[in-house]
Write a protein that binds this ligand. Structure first.
Ligand code: RB5
Length: 144
């Protein structure tokens, strides 16, 4: 079973907690990088921690949540080797795996409800990278 790193700021705390429980109920090993309280905090801190753990190979994939999902996606994509995809529905989540080999999924708690978020997470975790013509483009990303 894959190991998943998860993190959020205060704006994504509740959805992060729900997704963590959801994943654990399905047998995933989940490492929670915080935040753990509703006190206001800074999303780059948690995005960096999750992204670095995935880039190092300590976890297979990462899931980040903030209010909109935008802040954590911008932050995570600054870490070399990370391909973070902000998704609002499962079609984009699948495509981010098939074509972009996304290794971090970003969600916005203030945008996406819990049930839709589970659908997105399932689609994302259960879709494989197609490789082939897409691999060359993934290699090019590392040079940007
Ligand atoms: C926090 O209020 C909010 O700005 C943050 O969670 C996120 O939406 C930033 O992109």
């Amino acid at each position: 079973m894959e190991k998943i790193a998860i993190g959020s700021d205060h704006g994504g705390l509740n959805l992060k907690k729900s997704i963590k429980s959801y994943l654990e109920s399905k047998g995933y090993e989940v490492q929670d990088f915080g935040t753990h309280t509703s006190e206001s905090c800074d999303y780059p801190v948690y995005a960096k921690a999750v992204a670095k753990s995935v880039a190092k190979g300590d976890n297979d994939k990462g899931i980040l949540v903030c209010g909109s999902g935008i802040g954590v996606s911008i932050a995570a994509n600054k870490v070399k080797g990370i391909r973070a995809a902000l998704c609002h529905e499962s079609c984009s989540a699948k495509l981010s795996r098939m074509h972009n080999n996304a290794n971090v999924l970003c969600l916005g708690e203030r945008i996406t409800g819990e049930v839709l978020a589970y659908d997105i997470v399932d689609a994302w975790l259960n879709t494989k990278f197609e490789s082939g013509r897409h691999q060359k483009r993934i290699d090019m990303l590392d040079e940007v």
